[in-house]
Design a binder for this molecule. Sequence first.
Ligand code: MEV
Length: 311
Amino acid sequence: RNRAIGKAHSKLILIGEHAVVYGHPAIALPFPTLTVTCAIEEADSGIHLDSKLYSGPIDQIPKRLKGLAICIHKTIQEIGKHHNGLLLKIESMIPIGRGLGSSAAIAVAIVRSLFQYFNCELSDEKLRELVNIAEIYAHGNPSGIDMESVCCDEPIWFERGKGIASVAIRSSFYLVVADTGRAGDTRSAVGSIKHKLDKSPIQTKQSIDRIGQYTLDARNALIQGNLVQLGLLLNLAQTELEKLGVSDHGINHLVNIARNAGALGAKLTGGGRGGCIIALAENCVQAREISEQLNQNGAKRTWSFKVEETQ
Ligand code: MEV
């Protein structure tokens, strides 16, 4: 029997989330610790999903996951080959709604596995086109950064509609990721900023523009290997995200714990309103101290990982 496996990893936004929806740049990193796989097997008839989110025929998928069903149908239609029935088994280590790109990663793993199953070549362009169908459904107005960063194995500089560029990193650093344990809803967080823009346009635009400027400055700090400056910029971005209303008490608490534990900077990552924070550390000893403090003071889980310098 034919079998295929498609994979994708999660992502972290270093800086620029939310402002990226309005055309500013953002920097994202692959987060290879957390992955998702989709394994496909032949089934007797119909298309079935087996996952923690939902198991059963995709024609009866719950509304909130409808984007995945549409993405699967479109992908099979695009491939244009006959099948009797398919079973898609999804295994994901990526917690949902934590700003780690779980929805985009699941869609990427699905599209990759389907092309592999039918022995068809998948171009980068086609992958993005198909995954975007699921993302639009899940997020309403996605900038595309989640999709790009779960597809790429390198840090990326992303601008909506302009695609990606590489980011030069002069000196390696550590990031500690801490989960608040609460799922955030990216769609409603993005919607709330849109609402704020309509209500108080001047202040809201100012915060968005500032985040854009901090992102440009962060790229320079990375090029120069100036981690202290990078940390300050992460903190400044967090201040603006708070003003925009996408931070919350739980996030602020963990951000403060991380800073007091010696982080060079700390902020939410992804959509916010729950989800995860990231904290910047110079070395692994510092990262371990930050992660211990976070674990002892309310984080549901933490992960530390090293971001290597680029060649
Ligand atoms: C979500 O990971 C990032 C946001 O900027 C939304 C988007 O860019 O689509 C909050």
